[in-house]
Design a protein around this ligand. Structure first.
Ligand code: LIP
Length: 262
């Protein structure tokens, strides 16, 4: 691993755990948080999201002042180094504010429009997912390798939905998965479900519209664990837009692609 990647990977792992501790403190006193809504009553944010992102953003700026940074809450700061950090400070904000453990810190670094680092830390479960380009993927230090015998019919598929997708389309997707002999789960954190694909807990994940901060870390994990992802555009204005997200092990990809194209 070259030094540029290694030093950023080291900081991403450190920040995942440090930011996770700050977020967990907010989680344990969530009844004190003022919950604000964004696009609708299910799209929520609190001071926890904002302050965790500020912590990560500042630590990255101190260490790599020429790197770009895109965060869900405070947007994009362009860089000149060729590396851009793409961060969701608390992915799964709805489970977070409702006292459920399925939320995480999602930290990605992209270079040449590809995720080269992915760190997802799950404070409530003390699960630390990490991957860097060419280095494989791990969960708490254990190497992750996908089992090709698992497919849509004998394992669970994650499905994500939000207010960027019509209720009718969500219904079509779920119907299609069930009609193919599959079954689905949604836990409110797309980043965490992508980490579950990388660790083999889910055989695949599909969501029709997700932003880069929700999925780039998970994409790095899935690819380094031997899985496949639908190409996700990051050039120009694409970086700030939402795009379909599909990630799976090899034996489920065609089934899930057919669901996407249905
Ligand atoms: C969440 C995504 C999830 C989506 C939710 C929400 P947030 O991100 O990770 O995939 O289905 O609606 O957008 O808002 O919790 O950071």
């Amino acid at each position: 691993m070259d030094n540029d990647l290694e030093t950023r990977f080291s900081l991403a792992n450190t920040l995942g755990v440090e930011a996770g501790a700050v977020a967990l403190d907010y989680f344990n006193r969530r009844d004190t948080l003022v919950i604000e809504t964004k696009r609708d009553l299910h799209d929520v944010v609190s001071v926890a999201d904002r302050n965790v992102e500020k912590l990560i953003r500042q630590r990255v700026a101190d260490a790599f002042p020429n790197d770009g940074f895109l965060g869900e809450e405070d947007g994009l700061e362009e860089g000149t180094s060729g590396y851009t950090w793409i961060v969701d400070p608390i992915d799964g904000t709805a489970p977070f504010v409702n006292g459920m453990p399925t939320w995480c810190i999602s930290i990605a670094v992209v270079k040449d429009e590809k995720p080269v680092i992915g760190v997802i830390y799950v404070p409530c479960l003390e699960e630390h997912y990490a991957a860097a380009a060419g280095q494989g993927a791990t969960l708490n230090g254990k190497v992750l390798t996908l089992d090709p015998s698992r497919n849509m019919q004998n394992a669970l598929t994650g499905i994500g939905s939000n207010n960027h997708v019509t209720p009718e389309r969500v219904g079509e997707i779920i119907t299609n998965v069930l009609a193919r002999g599959g079954n689905f789960i949604r836990n409110g954190s797309g980043a965490l479900m992508l980490a579950y694909v990388a660790s083999g807990r889910l055989v695949g994940y599909y969501e029709p519209v997700m932003r880069a901060w929700d999925c780039m870390a998970g994409f790095c994990l899935v690819q380094e664990a031997g899985g496949r992802v639908l190409p996700y555009p990051l050039s120009g204005e694409n970086l700030m837009a939402g795009h379909p997200v599909l990630a799976s092990n090899a034996s489920c990809y065609e089934d899930l692609l057919a669901v996407h194209n249905s």
